[in-house]
Design a protein around this ligand. Structure first.
Ligand code: FCB
Length: 440
């Protein structure tokens, strides 16, 4: 078998992605904390609690781990509810703590990427109607101004809103994220406010920091028809358009097309310097006239898929190629802002990692501009409505003791980051079953 290495491009960003509510702990003034207090909302009624105790200072040891593992970038989010705990109050000490985290990354030669909204808002914002109220655009703008002004000496890579498509779907159609509604019309209004809020944030950040690079992170889900029937093809096309295309298209063109109507938002045109892509899995779509609540669809993973512990993710690395090819239509460089799998015993993760990176390498070598890869995630964390049932970390977490347990994938990823490449030796050592496929 030939031996070799697939090298990535110069200055490629390698690291992990995290989100404030999932790792910080004691984040008690936001919508997710309130949601956790309602029985039945989170699997096993779990609570984020101390999470990974980053607010208590354990970010330092985790950034040490990232540094020792040769990561050169890290994506984290900051909590609006900590920085602006009440409408008329800014918490300078909280801002300073984030400042210390970003300095901590830079001291470790790790480039920070900061997400300004990752699924949670302050309770006072929710009390005013949250994303349903158009006032959120100006409220968010004030927060972004404050945070970016304070943190711009340490960061120039910003994600305004994480996965607006997942947020709207989960909070307003599926009802599993707060505020737990099932109201498509309301969801589309929220989407419009998110486009407007992103556009305001984009312009504010560029005014404050001309050299900034600003984007969003879209969850790309590969939908394809389950059969050749026209209804399946039509529906999977519709899902691609609605779920994947809507947001980045609005930021490219300044026009938001929804199922029901069209909003012209000129300020939004050309407001992405890069496109962040969160790719996990893909699925097949079948038309089902008896499932109106499910948008007349039945969705399933392709037959014989290898699936993750919780069954949420199927291993389909070629979806990475489809994702990047799809993202290219928006005309800006791309960054993989999330990719990973829940796998407590690290059985599937090494294979998932090398095969997704191999397909990423292939598409980059077809001249598609991708500048980096962030793995989800560094240490096991609180996974939203799934609570503590999913283990996405390169390091495991003992929630009782806060002890971190290194999984083999942490070492595999470290070798990839250190060499800026994926070699046959690494694949042979960590994911031998992938060797014939990757190095035939
Ligand atoms: C993404 C979220 C992230 C994490 C992963 C597993 O949709 O952005 O916070 O929960 O899924």
């Amino acid at each position: 078998m030939p031996k070799g290495t697939y090298y990535f491009t110069k200055n490629f960003l390698w690291g992990c992605a995290t989100a404030a509510h999932q790792v910080e702990g004691r984040n008690e003034n936001n919508t997710w904390y309130a949601w956790e207090q309602e029985p039945g909302r989170i699997l096993n009624d779990a609570q984020s609690g101390l999470a990974c105790d980053w607010w208590g200072g354990r970010w330092q040891e985790d950034f040490d781990r990232a540094q020792a593992a040769s990561h050169n970038a890290h994506r984290l989010s900051i909590a609006w509810s900590r920085i602006q705990p009440a409408p008329d109050r800014w918490d300078e000490a909280a801002l300073d703590r984030y400042r210390q985290m970003l300095i901590g990354l830079r001291e470790r030669k790790i480039t920070p990427m900061v997400t300004l909204h990752h699924f949670s808002e302050p309770l006072w914002v929710a009390e005013q109607g949250g994303w349903e109220n158009e006032d959120i655009v100006e409220l968010f703008a004030a927060f972004v101004h404050k945070a970016v002004q304070a943190l711009k000496p340490y960061c120039s890579l910003w994600v305004t809103i994480n996965e607006p498509n997942v947020f709207v779907f989960s909070a307003y159609i599926d009802g599993v994220f707060p505020p737990g509604k099932k109201d498509l019309k309301l969801g589309l209004r929220v989407l419009e406010h998110m486009v407007r809020a992103h556009a305001r944030a984009y312009h504010i950040i560029h005014e404050l920091q001309p050299e900034a690079r600003v984007g969003t992170a879209i969850n790309y889900r590969g939908f394809s028809p389950a059969t050749v029937f026209a209804a399946d093809r039509w529906l999977s096309n519709l899902f691609n358009k609605l779920f994947n295309d809507t947001f980045p298209r609005a930021l490219r063109d300044g026009v938001l097309h929804t199922l029901l109507n069209k909003h012209v938002i000129p300020d939004a045109a050309g407001t992405q310097d890069f496109l962040g892509l969160n790719y996990y899995t893909c699925e097949r779509v079948r038309f089902n006239p008896f499932a109106p609540g499910n948008l007349f669809s039945q969705r399933a993973f392709p037959a014989d898929s290898q699936v993750s512990d919780s069954g949420m993710i199927a291993h389909h690395p070629w979806g990475m190629i489809e994702c990047v090819r799809w993202g290219h239509q928006f005309g800006v460089p791309m960054i993989i802002t999330e990719n990973g799998v829940d796998d407590e015993d690290d059985q599937l993760r090494p294979q998932y990692l090398v095969e997704h990176l191999h397909d990423l390498w292939r598409i980059i070598n077809n001249n598609y501009p991708v500048e980096g890869y962030f793995h989800w995630t560094l240490v096991d964390n609180f996974e939203w409505e799934r609570g503590w049932t999913q283990r996405f970390g390169l390091w495991g977490l003992d929630i009782e003791t806060q002890a971190r347990v290194r999984r083999p994938s942490a070492d595999l990823f470290a070798e990839i980051c250190r060499t800026n490449g994926l070699s046959a030796d690494m694949v042979e050592k960590y994911a031998p079953q992938s060797l014939p496929k990757l190095f035939p």
